[in-house]
Design a protein around this ligand. Structure first.
Ligand code: NAD
Length: 299
């Protein structure tokens, strides 16, 4: 299939590589030239704009930071809407505000272009392996047309409802992940200050009820003091802002989401916004005056 792929960052680049490996003809675009050149060497066509990458493609995929960038790349001056043909499908796999996904879909519909919102969970390792969890919103008949392609980037693709539902599910995912990391961080800091080896904490609890995918992914990073992203704190702040806005719009109080948002804001003020979100533990280390391991607070 001819696929336009726009946004070749930590996630988009390996996802695009997997589509090339699966035999698709890709046209790619990013405002950063380096990943475009890298994919060109693998056989992709370099688009001169989002519109150019979208032209002649049955499917266009976007993997961009947030709602404003997706609006710009899809509806802006040189956006997808000006290159894509009627009957083509845009699948936005970025994590954006559900309302923005609905607004973009409404504009595309005026030109006969279909849209799914299909954000992902799993981070860079699963983007590389092609084992992302994909949560989609849109029309069932549109989803059926692209499901096989989605499964070349993910191990699951679930249609959760109409347009915007994919991002509602992603917000739920991000609330659970953020609070899970905070709980792990709080617990490990307590154990460390009590003089218990954090490695022993991890080994002892990972097989019990406190075990989780988050614990397995983030505890080893915390034990090494390695906060290289992965998923940056600044991107999680973006998701939590979308969660707070959406929840308040719907009349849903989210007290714990507010608390973890403020913890991440404190880390941002401390210059740690580019760290992996596993670096949340540095907030707790500073409060407690203890280093669990590695690059945390230096007394
Ligand atoms: P990233 O910042 O690494 O990549 C974004 C890319 O978009 C960059 O290469 C940037 O140059 C490009 N870009 C920005 N504006 C553009 C525009 N107008 N036109 C063309 N290109 C543009 O981000 P990422 O980590 O790859 O995340 C992408 C999305 O996936 C985000 O919504 C993020 O929340 C979500 N996500 C990330 C992870 C993760 O672990 N990194 C996991 C799940 C979901």
């Amino acid at each position: 299939m001819n696929i336009g792929f726009i946004g070749l960052g930590i996630m988009g680049k390996p996802m695009a590589k997997n589509l090339i490996a699966a035999g698709h003809a890709l046209a790619v675009y990013d405002i950063n030239d380096a990943p475009v050149r890298e994919l060109e060497k693998m056989g992709a066509k370099a688009g001169s704009s989002a519109a150019d990458a979208a032209s002649g493609c049955a499917l266009i995929i976007t993997m961009l930071p947030n709602s404003p960038q997706v609006k710009e790349a899809v509806l802006g001056e040189n956006g997808v809407i000006h290159g894509a043909k009627a009957g083509s499908i845009l699948v936005d796999m970025s994590s954006i505000a559900p309302r923005a996904a609905q607004d973009i879909a409404a504009e595309l519909a005026k030109k006969g272009i279909e849209m799914l919102d299909a954000p992902v969970s799993g981070g860079e390792p699963k983007a590389i392996d092609g084992t992302l969890a994909i949560m989609a919103g849109g029309k069932p008949e549109v989803f059926d047309k692209v499901k096989d392609v989605l499964l070349e980037m993910g191990s699951s693709a679930v249609l959760c409802g109409g347009i915007g539902a994919g991002n509602i599910v992603k917000l739920a995912n991000q609330i659970i992940v953020a609070l899970n990391i905070a709980a792990v961080s709080e617990a490990f800091t307590l154990a460390a200050k009590a003089g218990v080896d954090p490695q022993a904490v991890f080994s002892a609890i990972k097989g019990g009820l406190a075990g989780s995918t988050v614990l397995n992914a983030k505890a080893p990073m915390v034990l090494e003091g390695n906060y290289k992203p992965g998923f940056r704190i600044e991107l999680h702040i973006k998701d939590l802002q979308n969660a707070l806005d959406t929840a308040h719009e719907l009349g849903v109080p989210v007290p714990l989401t507010s608390q973890i948002m403020e913890i991440m804001q404190a880390l941002r003020v401390d210059g740690k916004q580019k760290d992996d979100h596993g670096g949340i533990i540095q907030f707790y280390e500073r409060l407690a005056g203890v280093k669990v391991r590695g690059g945390g607070w230096k007394p």
